[in-house]
Design a protein around this ligand. Structure first.
Ligand SMILES: CC(C)(COP(=O)(O)OP(=O)(O)OC[C@H]1O[C@@H](n2cnc3c(N)ncnc32)[C@H](O)[C@@H]1OP(=O)(O)O)[C@@H](O)C(=O)NCCC(=O)NCCS
Length: 160
């Protein structure tokens, strides 16, 4: 990543932009259309502000001349003691990795992820998980992530 880009931790004031990254990420992945991406952004913004205030989400953004051009974050959680591991295990789930199209292929997402993983090591996070898009797969593999066998899921009915 060129030195004209700056990387910083995100604050609650960035929740709207992080929500926009979420909408754009799913749009670029082909999972939603424009109007759905916009609705997702609107629905996500207050939620990001809330989880950031509660310390459950830690975000980073990359700026160029004061404009945010990329971002990513970690959902933080804990798992209680298990057989063979009697301490609390701290987990981070990577989410919302997004680089605006004009700024791609310059190492921005790689710099973001390296910063996030350094923070995880310093913060004694035990394990880092993610769900990869096809565009992100080579990047995550090169950073040491490995595919895991599927777990199981029960989808409970909820009103939208
Ligand atoms: C995936 C994405 C975040 C990569 O951002 P970026 O800033 O361009 O990534 P980088 O420049 O740091 O590239 C890092 C590596 O990713 C890979 N990569 C980047 N863009 C890629 C693409 N379009 N297709 C395949 N691999 C790609 C390359 O292997 C690159 O490795 P290199 O450093 O050896 O060249 C960006 O393309 C994006 O926002 N895509 C849409 C949303 C998305 O898929 N987000 C990830 C969700 S899991």
């Amino acid at each position: 990543m060129e030195s004209s880009y700056t990387l910083r931790t995100a604050g609650v004031a960035d929740a709207g932009e992080i929500a926009r990254h979420r909408g754009l990420m799913f749009l670029d992945m082909g999972l939603v259309i424009q109007s759905e991406a916009e609705a997702l952004t609107v629905a996500s913004a207050p939620w990001f502000a809330d989880v950031m205030e509660r310390g459950q989400y830690k975000g980073w953004v990359v700026e160029l001349e004061g404009q945010i051009v990329a971002g990513g974050g970690l959902h933080l959680s804990e798992v209680g003691p298990l057989p063979g591991c009697l301490r609390v295990v701290r987990s981070a789930h990577i989410a919302n990795i997004y680089t605006h199209a004009r700024h791609r292929k310059q190492g921005i997402a790689r710099s973001l992820l390296n910063e996030m993983l350094n923070w995880c090591r310093e913060s004694k996070i035990d394990q880092v998980t993610l769900t990869s898009s096809s565009e992100g797969r080579a990047l995550y593999t090169s950073l040491g992530f490995a595919p895991q066998p599927d777990g199981m899921l029960l989808q409970l009915e909820q009103k939208r």
